[in-house]
Design a binder for this molecule. Structure first.
Ligand SMILES: Cc1ncc(COP(=O)(O)O)c(C=O)c1O
Length: 451
């Protein structure tokens, strides 16, 4: 704190009497310059918030000096050396961009880079989707998947008000933790539907259907398009059809969150099939699309929000109105989206050769994760670790819900320097040929010794 008692332009106190005009002036300026004694943000108004669990875990992992430490927390791809992987196709696109003499850093339009959003909608809906041909889709580039979920949430909070519509958002239990915060922030009430069956470590399909049937008509239902986070459990194609039937009967509004297209199965079309089924069935819906995982563009924050309206004579007009309001919301929140990641993704999506190479890169990532699932399961089974381990290979995508208890997770961290979320979720991408054996042995020991 600077001291204000020795005012540089004022004579010192000894040079004037306490009642002199100079002294009084000095008292006033001292008073005006002194630090404010109280805050407008006392702890009752702004309590200390807990650190984000996942980012806290990352920090603890970094601080751990053990050479054996294993990071199974964060949902980011790692190669077999446990290092972040810049996709070779991304490196190429980056090179092309940097050598472009016309490149500049101007603002994007409010809705983002058109060459990205148009290809991104084809990627998710299928290039031959009737929704595209009939111009009943509108797309906005967002701050990755999080920004897309937020923008759609904000839009629904403002405009999902038709008679009888229930503004509650139903989230799977469990779900990506940020869903709760995002929808609460925009003022939408949240509720949950059962999803994970602890006994089978698979889908609680009966529970999910019962909850969707019991929810008030026209509720907003958040669905993970593929590679459910955190469980790695997805409905089968037949189950998706049943879910669509039920949602149609209840007139629920589908809100798809798609953070892992192509990353889950290695097949972009297969990972988008649930969304395409709902579009084919004529639902009006939104899709939040992230390019963080499938392009490895985590920190570049590239993503899109797509709105699809139902087929009808007025569909194009509905879509245009929605687009106009999304633009206003976007303008007030971020003005316009960031360039770099969007340019990279757009370069790949708009070039046949780069696109083919991207598919290869996706297969590399998903293939390595599938290999690690097999390796972990076979090692646990070879060790005779108590319990069933088939769910490790039945589950899909980045994460596996291991079924380990909180106490077991804590012991893995204390004794083996293994970092994972308290709910027993592991990021499969953190396993590699060097540490999978170590991890399996650690799990074996902990499962035998801790409940
Ligand atoms: C289900 C789900 N939705 C959305 C996101 C958003 O990710 P990002 O904002 O990095 O695209 C994630 C990331 O982990 C996720 O798992």
């Amino acid at each position: 704190m600077p001291s204000y008692s020795q005012h540089p332009i004022m004579p010192s106190a000894s040079a004037s009497t306490s009642s002199s005009p100079l002294s009084r002036l000095r008292n006033i300026t001292d008073h005006m310059a002194s630090p404010v004694a109280s805050t407008s943000f006392p702890a009752e108004a702004v309590p200390q918030a807990p650190e984000d669990a996942l980012f806290g875990l990352m920090r603890a992992y970094r601080a751990d000096e053990s050479k054996d430490k294993v990071d199974l927390g964060i949902g980011a791809y790692r190669d077999d050396n446990a290092k972040p992987w810049v996709l070779p196709v991304v490196k190429k696109a980056d090179e092309i961009l940097r050598n472009d003499p016309d490149l500049n850093h101007e603002y994007l339009p409010i809705a983002g880079l058109n060459s990205l959003t148009s290809k991104a909608s084809e990627l998710i809906l299928g290039a031959s989707s009737p929704a595209l041909a009939e111009k009943r889709t509108t797309s906005v580039q967002t701050i990755s998947g999080t920004g897309a979920v937020h923008l759609a949430g904000l839009f629904l909070a403002r405009f999902y008000k038709v008679d009888g519509a229930n503004r509650t958002v139903y989230l799977s239990n469990p779900t990506w933790a940020n869903h709760n915060q995002i929808f609460t922030n925009v003022g939408l009430p949240i509720a949950t539907y059962p999803y994970f069956d602890k006994a089978t470590r698979g889908l609680d399909f009966a529970g999910m259907k019962a909850a969707l049937a019991a929810a008030p008509d026209r509720s907003i239902i958040l669905l993970h398009a593929c590679a459910h986070n955190p469980t790695g459990v997805d409905p089968t194609p037949d189950q998706w059809r049943e879910i669509a039937d039920l949602m149609r009967a209840k007139r629920h509004f589908p809100f798809f969150d798609c953070a892992y297209q192509g990353f889950a199965s290695g097949d972009l079309d297969r990972d988008a099939s649930a969304i395409r089924l709902f579009v084919d069935r004529g639902f009006e819906l939104v899709v939040a699309q992230s390019f963080a995982k499938n392009f490895g563009l985590y920190g570049e924050r590239a993503g899109c929000l797509h709105f699809v309206s139902s087929p009808s004579a007025g569909a194009a007009e509905v879509t245009a109105r929605v687009a106009s309001q999304l633009a206003i919301l976007q303008r007030s929140e971020i003005s316009n989206p960031p360039l770099y990641g969007a340019r990279i993704a757009s370069a790949v999506l708009n070039d046949e050769a780069l696109f083919a190479e991207w598919r290869d890169n996706l297969r590399t990532m998903s293939g390595r994760i599938i290999d690690m699932r097999r390796a972990l399961r076979s090692r646990l089974e070879a060790l005779g670790t108590p319990g069933q381990w088939n769910h490790i290979t039945d589950q899909i995508g980045m994460f596996s819900f291991t079924g380990l208890s909180e106490a077991q997770v804590a012991r893995l961290r204390e004794e083996f320097h293994v970092y994972m979320t308290k709910n027993g979720r592991i990021s499969m991408a953190g396993l590699n040929t060097r540490n999978v054996e170590y991890f399996a042995k650690a799990v074996d020991k902990v499962v035998r010794e801790v409940q």
